[in-house]
Design a binder for this molecule. Sequence first.
Ligand SMILES: [Zn+2]
Length: 160
Amino acid sequence: MEQTPPEVGERPLPFATYPTDDTELQKTIWKGSNCRRGYGREYIRKTHQNCCAYCNKPLIEYYDAWVTMALDHVVPVSVCKDWSIPPEFCRSLANAVLTCAACNGFDNRYKPSFDKRQITTFQEFLTLRGEIFIERRERILKKHEEEKEFFKEKVAQADV
Ligand SMILES: [Zn+2]
């Protein structure tokens, strides 16, 4: 029997399998310059996540997917700067999710739809991260739908 995938809003957040220890969560994950061979692997070992956090594409089963793997700042660096969020929160494991190249590129001008507020504690940051993740995932999946439409109408009809 075919299984219906859960509705987007109901899909579990990737953070459920992250370390529960705040000290571990606050450690910087972006180290060195190589995602696939370096910090991306460390992220996978620490969080047990190996699919794109937004579109759910498996990223370590096949080379063609693996080679597109990136680590995304859930709360983007630009938002962290704009909201004066401590840079160590921005660089933390807690703020990282695994993405495919498409999802990583679809939303790089994101600004939160809600009002700026002060983020001083790590707990406040984690709450914000959850809110932003849900908002961004919706935007990114909508973008995928638009791209799929274009593909079906044009590219698949040999009208490249
Ligand atoms: Zn993706």
